[in-house]
Design a protein around this ligand. Structure first.
Ligand code: ARG
Length: 474
């Protein structure tokens, strides 16, 4: 291994090169700045790998022990402090960094650490494990978000709300039904994460692309034995060429995250609109709003705007990955190094948004006066009246629809709307109509009574499955 001129570390690939690497190019191709986040998984790869090397007779017991000791002490530090301390090391990437640290601690035994393996295998293993863990973490946050929607709903038990289509007032609904719509979206998202988690396997043993030749298959058998009992999530590769080429699992996770982000953005948009003075249906908590440096009266919904704005970043990550992988020849290509920033960025953004919204949502309040004022407009209950005509007077729905349409048209030219229409005018529209009927049917209590969905936040009774992550004993 050649000493690296810049970092003072050793390259994993220097032997066939006569001179040094161009300094500017070395910096350009380094990935430690972002792949340091894979430290925990990369050390786990090494721990599994040395177990298999030992069983395959490619390491002595003594070599194995000293490698394991070095790896375990580094893993302990990474897990207790977080991997941030690694960024300032000058190494080329996380794999070279860890190798360098093991060399320092374990000396000569470290020369055997890279036997039969390649960074192509390591990086795919690391990223898959990262995706598993972050999928589980995101699902937990989604559970909390669903709970905070439930808390918000419980705090407004029985509250009515305005239902819109085409951003025009449509029908009265309960606040619970409204919030339950978001609950349903996030439950579907959680199911998507659960399905993804159930399918993902973290594979190991691909070599550079062709599997391993040394040890006549005994390394592969040893790998199988080492990973057995690890919740079935870690396993030897099936097709080694595919393993080092595949980034479907990142694209798939980013697709799920993009759908979650789309749902968050819709929630943000609704709450931004409904809390503005034009709608004034919701009041947002001061703690999550900001003011204007010029206009003293402003209270801006910045958290929601940033959540909405994050959509560009999360969708961008998905498009980034799809474009990165398009047309790449088999198998591994260095282009794939650029898969990490979009993955990490989307995961971290999503997790921050979910965590903030969990604390924000229960503090939102419904502006009851504004809702009541809006609900006093009888045109809101046109559909209820049409349905009453069908149920009580046995009118065909189309006739009922036309009848109520005529009522609305007449009300538009009356100064007091529907309330301004006289008995004979109502009777002229349809003999079944009179002021008593209009008063009884065209109001929020009737509209949210019998025949309406009672709750939007009902539990569906299915206990969500747990997320059992693999672990490497240290
Ligand atoms: N930093 C590389 C990546 O993230 C690791 C694999 C490097 N492999 C190689 N053959 N240069 O993709």
């Amino acid at each position: 291994m050649k000493k690296d001129r810049r970092s003072g570390g050793r390259k994993l690939w220097g032997g066939r090169f006569g001179g040094g690497t161009d300094g500017e190019f070395f910096d350009f191709q380094r990935s430690l700045d972002y792949d340091f986040k894979l430290a925990e998984y990369d050390i786990s790869h090494s721990l599994i790998h040395i177990g298999a090397l030992l069983d395959a007779g490619l390491l002595s017991g003594k070599e194995y022990s000293s490698l394991k000791k070095a790896l375990r002490s580094l893993l302990k530090r990474v897990l207790s402090e977080g991997p941030g301390f690694i960024v300032s090391a000058g190494a080329e990437d996380i794999h070279s960094y860890i190798h360098g640290q093991v060399e320092k601690e374990a000396g000569a035994a470290a020369m055997k650490l890279h036997t039969l393996r390649s960074r192509n295998d390591q990086v795919a293993f690391d990223e898959k494990w990262y995706c598993l863990k972050e999928c589980a973490g995101t699902a937990l946050l989604l559970d909390s978000l669903i709970l905070s929607l439930k808390t918000l709903s419980d705090r407004h038990r029985g509250s009515l709300f305005l239902g819109y289509t085409h951003t025009r007032r449509a029908q009265v609904i309960t606040f619970d039904l409204y919030l339950g719509a978001f609950g349903s979206m996030f439950s579907r998202d959680r199911q998507r994460l659960e399905d993804y988690f159930g399918r993902l396997r973290v594979c190991i043993g691909a070599g550079a692309l062709a599997g391993t030749s040394l040890g006549e298959g005994s390394y592969a058998n040893a790998l199988r034995a080492v990973v057995s009992g690890n919740s079935g999530k870690i396993m030897p590769v099936d097709n080694s060429v595919d393993h080092v080429s595949d980034r479907d699992y990142i694209i798939e996770l980013l697709s799920i995250l993009s759908i979650i982000q789309m749902h968050l953005s819709r929630l943000a948009e609704d709450f931004i609109l409904y809390s503005g003075s034009e709608y004034a249906l919701l009041c947002l908590p001061d703690e999550f709003c900001t003011g204007s440096s010029l206009m003293p009266h402003k209270k801006n919904p910045d958290l929601l705007e940033l959540v909405r704005g994050n959509t560009g970043r999360v969708y961008g990550s998905l498009v980034w990955l799809l474009t990165l992988m398009k047309g790449l020849p088999l198998s591994y290509n260095r282009d794939m190094q650029f898969d990490k920033e979009p993955l990490f960025g989307a995961v971290e953004n999503l997790k921050s948004e979910l965590s903030l919204l969990c604390r924000f949502l229960p503090l939102v309040k419904v502006n009851k006066q504004a809702v009541e004022a809006a609900l006093s407009d009888k045109t809101f209950y046109a559909t209820e009246l049409a349905e009453w005509l069908v149920r009580e007077k046995k009118l065909p729905f189309k006739t009922a629809h036309e009848t109520v349409g005529a009522l609305i048209l007449a009300a538009e030219s009356s100064a007091k709307g529907i309330d301004g229409l006289k008995e004979e005018e109502l009777r002229r529209i349809h003999p079944a109509l009179n002021r008593a009927v209009v008063g009884r049917v065209m109001n929020p209590v009737y509209a949210t009574g019998a025949g309406k969905p009672a709750s939007g936040n009902k539990k569906n009774g299915r206990k969500p499955a747990g997320f059992r992550l693999p672990s490497v004993r240290i």
